[in-house]
Ligand binder design. Structure first.
Ligand code: NAD
Length: 517
């Protein structure tokens, strides 16, 4: 791989300084300037769509439709949302009303953190860099982007276009591999957004900790699918296989393995075979609708997993390392200790794991690291709720795969091994801003309320302070008190009923007479 486009390591501290100086110049305090830059970002992509399609064809063998769907559309959504909402997002807000403090006018305002560092992976390189950039600008931040060295054509194109379309002092691209990124991470940033695998995520987290830099980690994992045998099997097979083969499985939200009841495996496999034929009538290798793996090293890694599996190939399994091609592959009867069930495959291999029932499926999910998504295919609400209520993940998606990352208003984000923090839209803006609180206390407040706080302290001051303190919610009753309370209530009800019977009814009065009360 050519490294001629890498940023010289000695230039990196200069770029860092330029971005900080530009941020401190205060240019981005103007909302109008932020809006101009956000719009420019949209046109950077719009004017150069063909060049990005060509770059992604070189880097990933990407079909144009996948590029439009996964990279362009998602960026346009982010640009438009940031542009349309920036006034609302940045408006200062009154704090919740408090009788004691309202005169001070307490307010909250989202202010920029400073210079954001964004380190991106190879799989959807345009979306992974430009959508956070929209959020960073909306928040009033400068940003330095570090594209993946595994997608060199896209990385070079970004390095060429960012200074052409955006403010040259505020926004920068640093290109390079491990040595360059290591240098970048030695420097102090005001926030780091890292998207990629968990091994490097730990390196980034350690570097961020050195400077107490806040961090968003968007990591990966193995996303499970639970299939209800009563589901619409054709629809399930179509959406699951689409999610697995899009971008040749190199999507963080791609479904990795499917938990199906043993008795349903044959029917599900038949449906997958039909869908596979309809997707690639002339085979996937020559199809214009099928992508390549990012590098020979990753192609070999995935092929090794296929060769080591004890599962049975339903279709696919073949590979061409030099062409970075792995056929869309479905494996059935995959056991939990299979190599395919270890690390994240991040390739077009779908494993089917037969289970006894939904409880076993839930246990399998819970015994593993938290995934970015849990998918369930079922028309039965009780089945969906059972799986979602008893598992944990970044997202809980019914009857769909992958598509959730493009839905405006819902963020992407992981849990545990799949990361922390949120991505896209207002949530991205929130990651890149901090809430600065303010108040302004008029002098007369001391005369009528808070004068007691100044020494020397007097007994009236303590009284006033107690009067100003918030009251507490009702004291919770202990379980035993609650049980005793219920028993007393029951006895009282019995007593009242007995008294009413003896006083108000004929047989009651007769009984009283007989007993000569
Ligand atoms: P990658 O190899 O492109 O690496 C990601 C970034 O880390 C690159 O910019 C690279 O230069 C940098 N890097 C690599 N080694 C480094 C080191 N030693 N020190 C510092 N920086 C280093 O991509 P990847 O990590 O293989 O990406 C795929 C992973 O990303 C998958 O696990 C996928 O699930 C995950 N992912 C997550 C999301 C999400 O939103 N949660 C989105 C996309 C991808």
């Amino acid at each position: 791989m050519s490294t001629s486009f890498y940023t010289p390591i000695e230039d990196i501290p200069q770029i860092h300084k330029r971005a900080h100086d530009a941020y401190r110049s205060g240019k981005l305090k103007s909302i109008a300037y932020r809006k101009e830059q956000i719009a420019q970002l949209g046109y950077l992509l719009k004017d150069n769509e063909q060049r990005f399609c060509d770059a992604l064809k070189l880097d990933l063998g990407r079909p144009v439709q996948d590029t439009i769907f996964f990279d362009f559309a998602a960026v346009y959504v982010e640009v438009k949302m940031a542009y349309d909402n920036i006034e609302k997002w940045t408006r200062s807000q009154r704090a919740e009303f408090s009788f004691n403090f309202f005169a001070m006018g307490p307010r909250l305002r989202s202010e920029p953190k400073g210079v954001i560092l964004g380190i991106a992976p190879f799989n959807v390189p345009v979306f992974m860099l430009l959508s956070p950039l929209a959020g960073a600008i909306a928040g009033g931040n400068a940003m330095v982007l570090k594209p993946s060295e595994q997608t060199p054509a896209t990385a070079q194109l970004l390095a060429e276009l960012i200074p052409k379309y955006l403010d040259r002092d505020l926004f920068h691209v640093i290109n390079g591999g491990v040595p360059e990124t290591t240098k970048v991470l030695e420097l102090k940033w005001d926030h780091i957004l890292y998207t990629g695998n968990g091994r490097v995520g730990r390196i980034v987290a350690r570097a961020a900790a050195e400077h107490l830099t806040p961090l968003t980690l968007e990591l990966g994992g193995k996303n499970p699918v639970v299939v209800d045998p009563k589901c619409d099997v054709q629809m399930a097979a179509r959406r699951i296989l689409w999610g697995r083969v899009s971008n040749a499985g190199q999507i963080c939200l791609s479904p990795e393995y499917v938990l199906v009841p043993e008795h349903f495996q044959d029917k599900f496999v038949e449906a997958l075979q039909e869908v596979y034929k309809s997707f690639y009538p002339d085979g996937p290798r020559n199809s214009d609708s099928y992508c390549r793996i990012v590098s020979e090293a990753h192609t070999k890694r995935i092929k090794n997993l296929i060769d080591q599996t004890k599962g049975t190939i339903v279709f696919g399994g073949d590979a061409d390392i030099a062409e970075r091609y792995i056929a869309p592959t479905v494996m059935r009867d995959v056991r939990l200790d299979d190599p395919l069930m270890g690390e994240e495959v991040f390739g077009p291999v779908l494993s089917i794991v037969p289970v006894k029932d939904v409880d076993e499926a839930i246990n399998i999910i819970n015994e593993r690291d938290h995934p970015l998504a849990v998918y369930v295919f079922s028309q039965d609400k009780a089945f969906l709720n059972k799986v979602f209520d008893n598992t944990e993940s970044g997202s809980a998606i019914a009857n769909e795969t992958v598509i959730s990352c493009g839905v405006p208003g819902i963020p992407m984000g992981g849990l545990g091994e799949s990361g922390y923090g949120y991505y896209t839209g207002k949530h991205m803006f929130d990651e890149f801003t901090h809430i600065r609180v303010s108040l302004n206390n008029p002098g007369w407040v001391d005369k009528i309320a808070f004068g007691f706080r100044f020494p020397p302290y007097k007994p009236e001051g303590e009284k006033q302070l107690r009067a100003l303190s918030s009251s507490l919610p009702p004291r919770p009753t202990s379980k035993q008190q609650a049980v005793n309370g219920k028993r007393w209530g029951l006895w009282l009800a019995v007593l009242l009923a007995g008294a009413s019977w003896t006083v108000l009814t004929e047989p009651g009065r007769a009984l009283v007479k007989q007993l000569k009360f």
